[in-house]
Design a protein around this ligand. Sequence first.
Ligand SMILES: NC(=O)C1=CN([C@@H]2O[C@H](COP(=O)(O)OP(=O)(O)OC[C@H]3O[C@@H](n4cnc5c(N)ncnc54)[C@H](O)[C@@H]3O)[C@@H](O)[C@H]2O)C=CC1
Ligand SMILES: O=C(CO)COP(=O)(O)O
Length: 328
Amino acid sequence: MRLETVSVIGGGAWGTALAQAAAMAGRGVTLVVRQAGTAEAINAARSNETALPGQTLLPAITASSDFAEADIVILAVPAQATRTLLSGLDATLLAGRPVVLSAKGLETGTLARQSEILADMVPEALPYVLSGPSFAADVAAGRPTAVTLAGDDADATSALATALAGPSFRPYAADDRIGVEIAGALKNVYALACGAVEGADLGASARAALIARAYAEMARMVTAMGGSAHTLTGLAGLGDLTLTCTSVQSRNYQFGMALGAGGSRQDILASGAKLAEGVATAPVAAALARSLGVEAPLIDAVDAVVAGQADIATIVAGLMSRPLKREH
Ligand SMILES: NC(=O)C1=CN([C@@H]2O[C@H](COP(=O)(O)OP(=O)(O)OC[C@H]3O[C@@H](n4cnc5c(N)ncnc54)[C@H](O)[C@@H]3O)[C@@H](O)[C@H]2O)C=CC1
Ligand SMILES: O=C(CO)COP(=O)(O)O
């Protein structure tokens, strides 16, 4: 299959960074944004100053408000916007082509993973999931980054990984789309919790304990969904959980810090917080855990705090007084 040209749909931080990564890999790239004026501004400045300031875009990138035909399509809009986006695209331009899903979240209402949304909307597309520890600013600046790229056909996934790999961007091919998608969605929920630990000044020991118990909870969720817990040893699991649960640079972590300091979801959003996917995903993940019969006290805790149903002190007291049990 020809893998020369790429359309990245979504002109935010991640879409811009993935466009840059694809250009570094030698691909010809169209960065598809919503407004013609935004495309003109990006092309004139050779930079997407509103979404990813200070990064000069490579010459192989052209911004456009039209979805152009391309060998590879990368979707990089927020998880809650994917269905709307797909409903407005010409499905014939996606049929039979690799469509790389890069949003990290579960859909409100349907509880769907990103690739389930794609299967609903464009069943003829070839789904791939890209996830792992990768801040947009790092990727766009050419700092070393490694991610997981999961797809159903091993040879085709390796070919796609090769087409997107550059000197500073290293995708590892994998086959467990479910595990990779659940890991990417849940790490944002746990990053809210870890940020709250910092915001409430509960200490580095509490944060490390939280990360370890989050990993165990994530493994229960992935297994119940039909994915492999082994996937979590990789970049999309341990890698991204580590990055997002320990970095103030993470928007989910920042949102969690504000929650931990006593802020309400409404106030934090009103103060202009950046996109924090865990906020929408927490109640979806809690509903998913309930529907699967999976014990998920950390997801439930984040859900309760985000919904304003419990304060951090009550949540911590509840978690610490759960019946003692064996670790595994
Ligand atoms: N920023 C990062 O470091 C990373 C982000 N991601 C994921 O990428 C996804 C997008 O995040 P960011 O780009 O960072 O967010 P962002 O807030 O910077 O940008 C989101 C973009 O999506 C566009 N958009 C929203 N709804 C749309 C629609 N219906 N149609 C077309 N465009 C639409 C917005 O105009 C905006 O340009 C999220 O799921 C996030 O978890 C994944 C890895 C790294
Ligand atoms: O997914 C990310 C890094 O891998 C980005 O995390 P935030 O959305 O929390 O900034």
